[in-house]
Design a protein around this ligand. Sequence first.
Ligand code: NDP
Length: 297
Amino acid sequence: MKATVIDGKAFAATVRTKVAEHVTRLKEVHGITPGLAVVLLGEDPASQVYVRSKGKMTVEVGMNSFEHKLDAQTSEEDLLALIAKLNADQDVHGILVQLPLPGHLDSDLVINSIDPAKDVDGFHISNVGLLGTGQKSMVPCTPLGCLMMLRDHHGSLSGMNAVVVGRSNIVGKPMAQLLLGDSCTVTIAHSRTKDLPAVVRQADIVVAAVGRPQMIPGDWIKPGATVIDVGINRIDKPEGGTRLVGDADYDSCAAVAGAITPVPGGVGPMTIACLLANTVTACCRANGLKEPEGLTA
Ligand code: NDP
């Protein structure tokens, strides 16, 4: 068997097109331009790259992008004051504070100071609670992207066995909640899970969100299962230089799985597309308008 490759790059482009169509309608029919504010503290190169590409794609789909670059030493008081200003700004429908924050800042306090209705990362404790109780919320972008790809590939996920490897607050736990919401039977595995290979072999859907390069080999995969690889790991190439790999060992998994997302080009591009989708959703909700179909959980 050779797995179908789930092309996250192409799928993300279709999501962005849908977002752009919705933005055009919001502008033309309602005179509203959705706006996303991104707050970045410090000079972390990876964060700078993320923020730049978020800003570029925000503008490409026709939304307003507001970038706030602050010094790494910014005080909690000043950061909270900026967030309060953005919360009150009617032109801002989504607020994202780029993580990780410098060590002197309390990330939970900062995230929970964002208006939950503008919390397009879905990390505010209210959104976590709403998702956990199956209510309408802002959903974290990476798991939302995984869910969209799974729905697109399978249609209904009802009754499927899903194993999520990783229990972080930003990927593993919300992913499990979303799969439960789609009526999967969900197992969350982590570093203390006993006999992980046997657990993964039960899965019709494996979501790997561990952060360990090529940790999951093909012989852990049930034939025909779908593998969604969230991991982004940089490894050395034998010939020199580096390359990106996922948490699944792609070649051996692709030989057994029914479908698999590549790294790069799988989950990664969907994350930013879902950030844009969340911003348009937040804008519609803020204005009492119908939400875009197919862009929410
Ligand atoms: P975290 O480090 O927060 O969580 C990793 C999880 O993996 C933990 O729950 C940990 O278990 C578990 N784990 C670690 N080692 C093992 C093991 N040997 N066996 C089973 N479970 C293990 O990572 P994140 O969730 O933030 O990210 C996971 C990966 O996804 C990373 O590679 C990250 O770069 C990538 N990522 C990709 C995104 C994208 O857009 N594509 C977005 C976000 C993340 P325990 O809790 O017991 O320690």
